[in-house]
Design a protein around this ligand. Structure first.
Ligand code: F6P
Length: 550
């Protein structure tokens, strides 16, 4: 297949890039009072402002032509209709079916998956309600007060992020804990907070074979049996979320306590499935349904809105513009909301595991950069850590700033004050990044009276900013289940569009397998009495050092 880089739309973008690469955004704003009007989209209560980007009136249409030339509309149809677009694993990609509230059937191999989805949602509803209202009792007759989700990657990050973001909606008497790392510190610290009589463990793993999750799950089981000494009690304190019924039964969890999902749900797209059980218990099924409803609204927007007004599409092509034409290969996610502090980690997996690929759908090397390095931190904390580099570093980092207009919290008499300070920081950062500050401005600020400040003169260069650093601003009414559902689905579709343009399979993850494979060879070596010699000298010596110190 001919690469998209040979297409007419790519060539036009290359020419356009040469023309506008040096244009400064501050001039674009000065010369066009309507710039904001042209470059923003409203969606429900959310405002997406992409006017602080290095684009002119011509850029977005050219970029959208590229998406058209990559057949985005046809691919979108394939995604939603359950075609097996994850071709290396022969799987459909149907996280959208999990939140499909229309009556439309969705077929996988001729089978309508919607009744299955509905059954699992009903089972989640019954179970989560019983835990929340206390009718589900532990072995000693007490109510559940702590839920421990044991999972990793997609079986951890989504539920952990959502539960943290929506803590204000959480059950007041239930604490959610998330254990993911195989480092014994993680499960040990979690268990220190648990009472076996009132704790429910949710073992969440699509495959139910993931080493970290299974090790943690067995340790939790051992801890529980040590304290309780009654195998029968396990049924009241351990449930599983998985696609692998046999492995769940082998672990000792009865099928009644298993919440199913399916191979057409990718791990990093699974929070909408029964992997969201911890969300349903902590926030309640009503709120879980609102999360699904928000995502469904974004799905409909993505499906039905013309490309020019289509939020995931615009965000995706802006990313392609920076990565493939400007060479800006990282992307920062900067939520001005402490609840969203796990969103950067969540999006790291969603984006980097999806689009960090160098082989295309045609089995050939992709001759351009693909997924960006995604990173970030909540504002204003990040401002006091890495924003220096975003403002004056040599790499230009496109950023997503986001913030709710209303806070979920009232802080004494100063509730408004906190939020105003937060917002003033948010908006000022985006303006500073766009505008920059010339040496002339710095001189004027430092020496307003034109006095001779001698040695201070050399500081002028240090205090100036070139600006022209792009950001998207996302403002939504408040952080609630619906807006969060919209936001996550927006990013999912953005990532999908980029994968289509780069012609990669965004839904497999072979890259994570190799390290796991080697770990399986290393583990027996750690138990052997002889010195390890089978690897390279670095690996052998690291292993032998570990053994010596045990
Ligand atoms: O190793 C990567 C990965 O396969 C992710 O894609 C997935 O989310 C995670 O591991 C956990 O997998 P599982 O849910 O099967 O335990």
């Amino acid at each position: 297949m001919t690469s998209i880089t040979q297409s007419a739309s790519w060539k036009k973008l290359e020419d356009h890039y040469k023309k506008i690469q040096k244009i400064h955004m501050k001039d674009l704003f000065e010369n066009d009072p309507d710039r904001f009007d042209k470059f923003h989209i409203n969606f429900d209560t959310t405002l997406i402002d992409f006017s602080k980007h290095r684009v002119t009136d011509e850029t977005i249409p050219l970029l959208l032509n590229l998406a058209r030339e990559a057949n985005i509309e046809a691919w979108r149809e394939k995604l939603f209709s359950g075609e097996k677009i994850n071709f290396t694993e022969q799987r459909a990609v149907l996280h959208t079916a999990l939140r499909n509230s229309s009556n439309q059937a969705i077929l996988v191999d001729g089978h309508d998956v919607m009744p299955d989805v509905k059954n699992v949602l009903d089972k989640m509803q019954r179970f989560s309600e019983s835990v929340r209202n206390g009718s589900w009792k532990g072995f000693s007759g007490k109510k559940i007060q702590t839920i421990v989700n044991i999972g990793i990657g997609g079986s951890d990050l989504g539920p952990a992020m959502v539960c943290k973001a929506l803590k204000a909606f959480g059950h007041p008497d239930i604490d959610p804990i998330f254990v993911s790392n195989v480092d014994g510190a993680d499960i040990s610290q979690a268990l220190e907070q648990c009472d076996p009589e009132t704790t429910l463990f949710i073992v969440a793993s699509k495959t139910f074979t993931t080493q970290e999750t299974m090790t943690n799950a067995f340790s939790a089981r051992e801890w529980f049996l040590d304290k309780v000494n009654d195998e029968k009690a396990i049924a009241l304190h351990f449930v599983a979320v998985s696609t692998n019924a046999k492995a769940v039964t082998d672990f000792g969890i009865s099928p009644d306590n298993m919440f199913e999902f399916w191979d057409w749900v990718g791990g990093r797209y699974s929070l909408w499935s029964s992997i969201g059980l911890s969300i349903a218990i902590y926030l309640g099924m009503d709120n879980f349904n609102k999360l699904l409803a928000g995502a469904y609204e974004m799905d409909q927007h993505f499906l039905n809105t013309p490309l020019e007004e289509n939020i995931p599409l615009i965000l995706a092509v802006l990313g392609v513009w920076y990565i493939n034409f400007f060479g800006f290969n990282t992307h920062a996610v900067l939520p001005y909301d402490q609840g969203l502090s796990l969103l950067p980690s969540y999006l790291q997996q969603a984006d980097m595991e999806s689009n960090g690929k160098f082989i295309g759908r045609d089995d050939e090397y992709v001759c351009m950069h693909t997924g960006p390095i995604v990173w970030g931190e909540s504002g204003t904390n990040g401002q006091h850590a890495f924003y220096q580099l975003i403002h004056q570093g040599q790499d230009i980092i496109p950023t997503d700033f986001m913030m709710p207009l209303k806070s979920q919290y009232k802080v004494g008499s100063k509730q408004d004050e906190h939020h105003k300070i937060l917002f003033s920081n948010f908006v000022s950062q985006t303006r500073a990044l766009m505008l920059g500050k010339t040496e002339g401005q710095v001189r004027g600020e430092m020496f307003p009276t034109n006095e001779d400040y001698g040695d201070l003169e050399h500081l002028i260069k240090h205090k100036s900013f070139e600006g022209n650093r792009p950001s998207t601003s996302i403002l939504f009414e408040e952080l609630n289940p619906k807006t969060l559902g919209q936001l996550i689905a927006m990013y999912e579709h953005k990532i999908f569009v980029q994968g289509v343009i780069w012609n990669i399979n965004s839904f497999d993850q072979w890259g994570v397998e190799y390290g796991k494979q080697i770990a399986k060879l290393v583990l027996p070596e750690l138990n052997a009495s002889h010195a390890t010699t089978i690897f390279d000298s670095s690996t052998n010596n690291l292993i032998n050092n570990f053994k010596k110190n045990k």
